[in-house]
Design a protein around this ligand. Sequence first.
Ligand code: FNR
Length: 185
Amino acid sequence: MTTHTVAIVVGSLRKDSLNRKLANALIKMAPPSLSMSIVEIADLPHFNQDWEENPPQNVLDFRQKIKAANAVLLLTPEYNRSVPGVLKNAVDVASRPYGQGAWIGKPGAVVSVSPGPLAGFGANHHLRQVMTAVGIKTMSQPEAYVGNAAAQFDADGTLIDASTIKFMDKFLNAFANWIERNKEA
Ligand code: FNR
């Protein structure tokens, strides 16, 4: 069986981030065909187009980590009904140089996570638009919205909500199939 590497990008820098808790849960429950790990974005500078000639090393490293992965999974909080700036910045950083973006052709998926009942719908869909623009082959179904998320983890940050565990298992298996069908030649 082929194992696909998946770069997870978490759109929150917060220590107790619900998105990071879910990312850690997904890593643990991933099917054997997926090897998933978080690629950190906390130290990325704001994108500056003047870098084109000579980007900072952490920018080059981030681009390389995304390029090296077989697929990408983006977890997003919702800030003011959209994608947090740190996540949009990370997507932008790895989208250049023009025509050589690290995201191009990667199978990908998005999960939005919020303590609110609307589950980050606005951020989820804004991010889908951006993912399409940078060339990610984004899985359309199943969509993943995790609402009321604060109640779904125990004090250790373990995902304990049975229906979310069941749904995310289905989501990950669908994503594994999506990657297999859309992998780069
Ligand atoms: C939020 N939050 C929020 N939640 C939501 O469901 N819809 C929204 O539009 C917003 N807007 C928003 C703006 C800003 C500036 C902040 C700081 C927060 C609340 C947000 O969902 C909550 O802080 C989450 O816990 C953030 O995700 P992490 O950090 O837990 O992964």
